[in-house]
Each structure stands twice: as structure tokens, then as C-alpha cells.
Design a binder for this molecule. Sequence first.
Ligand SMILES: Nc1ncnc2c1ncn2[C@@H]1O[C@H](COP(=O)(O)OP(=O)(O)OP(=O)(O)O)[C@@H](O)[C@H]1O
Length: 519
Amino acid sequence: MCYFRHLQVKIFGIRGCFFGIANMILVKRMRETLYSTLLFQDISFFDSQTVGDLTSRLGSDCQQVSRVIGNDLNMIFRNVLQGTGALIYLLILSWPLGLCTLVICCILAAVMFVYGMYQKKTAKLIQEITASANEVAQETYSLMRTVRVYGTEKQEFKRYNHWLQRLADISLRQSAAYGIWNWSFNTLYHATQIIAVLVGGLSILAGQITAEQLTKFLLYSEWLIYATWWVGDNLSSLMQSVGASEKVFQMMDLKPSDQFISKGTRLQRLTGHIEFVDVSFSYPSRDEVAVVQNVNISVHPGEVVAIVGLSGSGKSTLVNLLLQLYEPTSGQILLDGVPLKELDVKWLRQRIGYVGQEPKLFRTDISSNIKYGCDRNISQEDIISAAKQAYAHDFITALPNGYNTIVDDDLLSGGQKQRIAIARAILRDPRILILDEATSALDAESEHNVKGVLRSIGNDSATKRSVIVIAHRLSTIQAADRIVAMDSGRVVEMGSHKELLSKDGLYARLTKRQNDAVL
Ligand SMILES: Nc1ncnc2c1ncn2[C@@H]1O[C@H](COP(=O)(O)OP(=O)(O)OP(=O)(O)O)[C@@H](O)[C@H]1O
């Protein structure tokens, strides 16, 4: 027995190591989860996940995994060892009594197994409900202005409370199950002692064992049953952790998307000739609806092509396809004659500048936001020059810490954020520039000046960039080389401003409506 005690002390000694390993594993798991989702998943993966769900996986789920390693595994190991030692000693003392204790321990183990399975199921449910509650809280905080303006605080509170209530119900059931489990343990524990005293007493009377042996027996049977209890308790906690971390393991096991497996071609020189050849597309989440249908558009090097159309006609989707955020369902997109999916996706994206409808800024200083994603060496002068061209320099220098001011989404106006995003695109000096309602929040004068800068970085066709502009304000795209009008995912008209006006179709109708609205 001394040997087992000695071993136990040693195990206590290495418990610290278990915790150290657990913490390392926690960090590793978090890193791997973020890596496998952020770097290797198609954008459609994120369409199907909520932010609350993803952040829960990274936070509490990963912590559960480390708890298993740091606490449960080491306790199970320790108690299995202690229980085995006690059982061997009991069998040596009196094998009939030893077997009786073993049978009771087996019953206890069966109850524990059922309880453990229940814990596993409950833990998974709790994680899911917690993620949903987090999602509501995150949404409410991020849309605080809308909530205040519409006076829906109580409504949001009810939504949050709904999930908390479900959580409370499950916790109540979990406590009841724990109570039943504890009661089973106590009953079986006392049953062991009663059996031992009865059978042991009879054995003493029969002269088979001594009183000293019975005392020892009672002591070691307590050891055995407690060890079984601890194993069961830690096992159910382990099951709980396994249930809770099931999703995080699934996320870590996600297969890398094709885009990131294939090495892809890098062109020696990119002229910026873009061709959409019979492209059709449906979003994976709504694959029955064709958002883009048989689109054929060619953008020549250095050309400015504007895409117009009613809301939801598929303009931004075309841009998403060009950025390779999604793959066309049929047809293909060519860049300088090479199919997009054969190109190295990182190389491609480095050559495309994109300014979206509602640029989001990172919570870091303005300089870092401007040079975000730029992989060449950038000096502060380059940043200031880009900001000046984007008409952002004046408002930046008026901020308390100028270019070192830490920004977030709330500090700046919509137009100011767009200017920073435009400065970012200018600094990148891309071969292909995509402007998706990129100047919609700018005043008319700034918009006019900025557009001039964006289009005319190069003066001859060899250095000019190809530009795709999406705009609802039609007055701003009249000067485009070509205008493409889209309706319900199809290209319905294509030509210059004058040509389209004379056709008297969709473009002419939209232009007339906007002119009427101004009058
Ligand atoms: N991630 C997505 N998942 C499913 N459907 C989507 C997704 N994004 C857009 N859609 C749908 O695709 C259609 C086209 O959307 P898209 O954003 O391309 O239109 P748009 O012409 O750019 O509109 P707007 O001018 O309002 O920006 C819409 O019906 C929209 O609901």
C-alpha cells in the first residue's frame, strides 16, 4: 500500500505539470481554431455561422478542452491507481468481502456512466444556448443606437432573457440529476459498510478473520468506493467537457478549402483584362435562387466600367466573385486570359484594391488602418500622401493624436471612414480597383476630386488601372468608359452614357427617376 501512497504523492507533484500542459494546449487550441477557420474556410462558411457562436467556440469551448487535460484526466488517473491498490488489498484480506465491494462499485460505475452521458448531452446544449445568448448580447450592444432610437431596450432584454431562462431550466435539471447521482452514491456507500460489518462480523465469529482485519477492510473499502466516486465524478466532468468541446473539435477538423490547397499561378505581368464568361451564381445558403445569370462582361486594361441596377440586382455579387470570395456556379472569370481559380489567390488579392459600401475600421491607429494589408515597405510620407489624395489628411490632423489616433467604428463619420478606406486603396496602388458605392457618403466636391485621383494614377494605357465602379448616384458614373445595367442578376444593357440614354431602357429610366427626384 505504501507503494501506492508514494505514487500518489508523485502524481500530486506532477499535477502542476498537468496544469501547465493544459494552459499550453488551451492557447494551441485557440490558435488552431482561429487558423483553421480564418485562413482555410470559404467565406460561405462564415455566412452560415453567427459571430456569437464562433467567439464562444474560441473562448469557453477551448477552456473546456484545457480543463479536461488540467484537472479531470489527472484526477481520473490518480483515483484509478488508488482504487486498484485498495481493491488488491481488499481481495488479499478477504476475497468474498472484496468481491461484494467490487459488485457495489460496478453498480456505482453503471450509474455514473448514465449520469456521464446525460452530462455530455446537457453540456452541448448549454454551450449552444450560451452561444445564442452571447449572440443576442453582442448584436444589442453593436446596434445600441438603433435600439435606443426605436426604444426597443425591453424587447432586446426579453430576447436575451429567453435564452437565460432556458439556461436556468437546464441548470435546474442538471442539479436534480446531480442530486440523484449523489443519493445513489450515498446509498451504495452505506450498503457497502453495512454488508462489510454484517459479513465481517459473521466471519470474525467463525474465526475466519480477526477484528483488526475487519477494521482494515472497512478503511480500504471506503478508499475503494471513494476512488470509484471520484473517477465517476471526473468522468462525468470529462464527458461534460467532451460534449461542450465537440463543436470546437469539428471546427479544428474542417478541411481546407480548395483555394488554399492549390498553389496557383502568378502572372509575370498583369494588365488588368477581366472577362466574365457566361457566369451564373447562387449563394450556398440559398442555392435555389440564381443571383447572377449568364453574365458576360469584359473590362479592358485601363478601362472604367460602371455597374448600375436596382437594389438586389447582383452588382456586389459580381464583385464578390471577382474577389474570389465565392466560386461561380457555372461559367468562368478570366484575368488576362487565365481562369481566376488557377491563379494564386493571395497574389491575386494583393493586386486588387477594394473599397466597399460601409468600410469598417480596425481598433488601431489611423496610420495602421491606412497601410492595412499592404505588404511592401511603407513610410509615413507614403501614408500621408495617400491620405491627402483621399482628402482625409485635413480631418486626420485635426484629431487629438493625428495619424496616431486610435479609431474604432464609432469615432469617425461614414464619409471619413470611406476616405480612410480610399487612402488604403490608393496606397496599395492596385492594378484592378473595385469601388462598390465607395464614395456614397462623401460630399459632391470630395467625391468628384477623389474619383479623379482613383482613376488616373497612370496616364497611359500601360500603367492605367482597370476600374469597376458600382454606384446608385448615376450622375457620378456618366464619365465611365462603359456602363453595364443589371436587372435580376442579368445584364440587360451595356454601352456609354449617351448610348444607353438613347436606348430608352432601364438606364434611361433610372437616370430620369433620379433627375425627377432632384427637381
Ligand atoms: N451572403 C449572401 N447569402 C445569401 N444571399 C445573398 C448574400 N448576399 C447577397 N445575397 C442576395 O443576393 C442578391 C443580390 O445581392 P447583391 O448584394 O449582389 O445586390 P446589389 O445589386 O449589390 O444590391 P445593392 O445595390 O442594394 O447593394 C440579393 O437578393 C441578396 O439578398
